[in-house]
Write a protein that binds this ligand. Structure first.
Ligand code: DQQ
Length: 500
């Protein structure tokens, strides 16, 4: 899997600390230490403690936003997947709710409730998700070098309007992959409705052939008929025990119409690939016309939903990049990206910017000017900031750096004329489309930096060496140019993040 899928490490950690009373309450680290950890994000959604990965089943229901997510309630490492739940009225401030779904002993999801989606069917919010269980070799669909599991697609229906209680159907609704296919995986259903019924895409692939999204159709979400692959990759010759590392398994697909074109994304090789193209609604075939990388950093397995005012919002998992022993010891791991609004430009290029709701976190801003040879540099009292740098194409190169004790620990360089971006150790081209939002916007939150470039490209970084009170931000230009800078302190969304 793209995530650290190390069940053995998780079980070993669990066994080693089984005697601890904190762990018996689902805590591996003292909550006070977690609350005061300066590296822990203060305005990105994360659980009170322990491990989070993919966003699951985002939905707006009865006046509230609900976000579910992959949660290990026992430790800050991947394992024993449950669905955590948080509710919000603005997609920024959250209230943690009890676990929405847990594995059922003896059931088809006994080893984990993997990722999935939420739809409303006959007036009832309904999850379609992947259950995993141990199974004889001929039934196993997931082999990643550690785990051997059978994946089936399962259904659960909401029992109350706060979406706190869910009733599972005992039997999987899609129990096996298509006959004759030796799949590299079979998970993460993304459903949608068309005039003639429901459709679902399932992340899959085949060894030596590449990843795919398998398309099924149903009239009632319960009985599904396999049609054909909605999209397939191409073999790239890479070899690994884990097909997610070679692009032979596509995780967490999402498919929908966006601004009159069709849009698909999937996650593989630690990246999220988006494409836009055409969908033939008679033949149910998709032809990608343009594609790219959704975020060039520590970002994976995103999922979208539509707000009541019609915005397509993307949530993504911001993963850890430090060693597992460090995040396990910290007692928390992973957080959700800020809500991003997706649109498509005139040439089919993906555009993306943080939802306007995020602006409500801003305090009073500090403004500055940058000239060639005269950078803007200021100390950050807190590691919770938004930096806004409007850009025009007369500027040569723009550089944003973070320094601790005067030493650079992170930098973003946008070579506007040369069409390239460097972000610490990541580089990527900046295609010459007009920028829908001609600015850089950076969100610093503990160890997370989410950067938006021109309203189109994004790169999410993790930096574990930032220190509150001893971190400076610097903006400079090379070549001819002058830019203005605005910096806002952002409020934390709760005093300690333990309840909200
Ligand atoms: N995470 C889930 C899977 C998915 C993967 C398991 C992607 O359903 O394929 O935690 O991060």
């Amino acid at each position: 899997m793209g995530s650290p899928f190390d069940r053995r490490t998780f079980l070993a950690a669990l066994a080693a600390s089984a005697a601890s009373s904190a762990l018996s309450r689902g805590l591996s680290v003292d909550p006070a230490d977690i609350a005061h950890d300066p590296l822990r994000p203060a305005y990105h959604l994360l659980p009170p403690h322990n491990w989070m990965n993919d966003p699951n089943g985002p939905i707006w229901w009865k006046g509230k936003y609900h976000l579910f997510y992959q949660l290990n309630p026992h430790a800050a490492v991947w394992g024993d997947m449950h669905w955590g739940h948080a509710i919000s009225s603005d997609m920024v401030h959250w209230h943690h709710e009890p676990i929405a779904m847990a594995p059922t002993p003896g059931g088809a999801d006994s080893e984990g409730c993997f990722s999935g989606s939420a739809v409303v069917y006959n007036g009832v919010p309904t999850f379609i998700y992947t259950g995993v269980q141990n199974a004889p070799p001929d039934k196993v669909t997931l082999r990643d070098g550690h785990d051997k599991l059978r994946e089936t697609q399962m259904l659960a229906t909401a029992e109350d309007d706060d979406l706190l209680h869910w009733k599972k159907l005992d039997a999987p609704v899609i129990p096996t992959p298509p006959p004759g296919m030796q799949v590299t995986g079979f998970r993460d259903p993304c459903p949608w409705k068309e005039a003639d019924g429901w459709y679902v895409g399932i992340g899959s692939g085949e060894r030596g052939k590449g990843g795919s999204v398998l398309l099924y159709r149903s009239s009632d979400l319960r009985r599904w008929e396999y049609l054909h692959p909605l999209a397939t990759g191409i073999p790239n010759g890479m070899q690994s025990a884990n097909p997610c590392d070679t692009g032979e398994m596509w995780e967490c697909p999402d498919f929908f119409a966006l601004d009159k074109v069709y849009y698909l994304h999937y996650s593989t090789e630690n990246k999220v690939i988006w494409s836009t193209g055409d969908y033939d609604a008679q033949a149910h075939t998709y032809t990608a016309r343009r594609q790219g990388i959704l975020d060039h950093g520590a970002y994976y397995a995103p999922k979208t939903f539509v707000t009541p005012d019609g915005r397509r919002i993307l949530w993504g998992w911001i993963r850890e990049t430090r060693p597992e022993a460090e995040y396990a010891a910290a007692g928390w791991a992973g957080c959700m990206s800020l809500p991003r609004v997706l649109t498509v430009g005139a040439q089919g290029q993906l555009e993306m910017h943080p939802a306007a709701e995020v602006l409500k976190l801003r305090g009073s801003s500090q403004k500055g000017s940058v000239l060639t040879g005269k950078p803007f540099r200021t100390k950050l009292a807190e590691l919770r900031q938004e930096l806004y740098v409007p850009v025009d194409f007369s500027v040569g190169t723009l550089m944003v750096r973070l320094l601790v004790g005067g030493t650079e620990v992170w930098q973003l360089t946008v070579n506007v004329r040369g069409d390239t971006v460097h972000c610490s150790d990541v580089s990527f081209p900046l295609p010459r489309f007009p920028w829908p939002r001609p600015a850089l916007r950076l969100f610093i939150d503990g160890s997370v930096i989410e950067s938006f470039i021109g309203g189109r490209d994004a790169v999410t970084s993790r930096v574990y060496t930032l220190k509150p009170g001893d971190t400076e931000v610097e903006v400079s230009v090379a070549g001819k140019g002058h830019v203005d800078v605005e910096l806002w302190p952002l409020q934390a969304i709760s005093p300690d993040r333990l309840a909200t």
